[in-house]
Each structure stands twice: as structure tokens, then as C-alpha cells.
Design a protein. Structure first.
Length: 127
């Protein structure tokens, strides 16, 4: 909340201001994956995204959906260099489950300035 743009009006004590309100915008993280003609998600994260919460989504939500399709795993998995994606537990799990993956310290290093990958800088998903 920008206090310069907020005005409080009371008929009684005009000097009292309630500062107990939460400042700053509420945020939500959304993850969506694309593969062939399939869309996986969106998956919503209300809390701060950590390597553990991201890994839990991959294991508990994404993998069962991929297995239900019965078409095997995608040949490539691509994600950007977000801190949660770079967590050691996530990279170890991706190394064990995907033959090829693009990302920070992945089988193919993430190249954020590549003209081929730039449109996907805010995308994290399955190819």
C-alpha cells in the first residue's frame, strides 16, 4: 500500500491510523507444462516456491499425469534458471527421471539470452 495514495476519514479521532493491514501485493506462482497436444496444470503455489515444493509438484502431480497418458516420458524437459528449479534435490531427480533436460546445470545448460529460448523466460514446463 502506498501511504501517499491512501486517505482515512473518521468523525472521531482523526490522528488514528490502522497500520495492521498487510502491505504489498499478494502473489501466487503458477506452473504449466506443454507436451504434444497436452497441457499439464496449471498448478498453483500459494507459498514461496522452494526446491522442495517444486519437487513435490513434479513427483506428486506431474509424473502421475504423464504416466496415465501411457506414451512414455517426454524426450526433453525444459525449465528456466529459477532458484527453485536449480535446487540440488530437483536437479538430482531430473537426472534420474528424464534422459535430457534443459536448465541451469542440466544436460543442456539454460541459455537465457538465446533468441530461441527468450520467449520462454517466464515459462517452466514439459516439452
Amino acid at each position: 500500500v502506498n501511504r501517499e495514495n491512501v486517505r482515512y476519514w473518521w468523525q472521531s479521532n482523526a490522528n488514528w491510523v490502522d497500520h495492521s493491514k498487510q502491505q504489498g501485493a499478494q502473489t501466487i506462482m503458477v506452473w504449466c507444462g506443454l507436451w504434444k497436444a497436452y497441457v499439464f496444470g496449471p498448478f498453483f503455489f500459494d507459498e514461496h516456491l522452494t526446491g522442495e515444493t517444486y519437487l513435490a509438484m513434479l513427483k506428486d502431480q506431474l509424473m502421475p499425469k504423464l504416466e496415465r497418458l501411457g506414451e512414455g516420458l517426454p524426450e526433453w524437459f525444459q525449465q528456466d534458471g529459477a532458484p527453485a528449479h536449480f535446487a540440488t534435490v530437483v536437479r538430482d531427480w531430473l537426472n534420474d527421471n528424464f534422459p535430457n533436460w534443459i536448465g541451469r546445470r542440466g544436460h543442456v545448460e539454460w541459455s537465457p539470452r538465446s533468441p530461441d529460448l527468450s520467449p520462454l523466460t517466464s515459462f517452466s514446463g514439459v516439452y
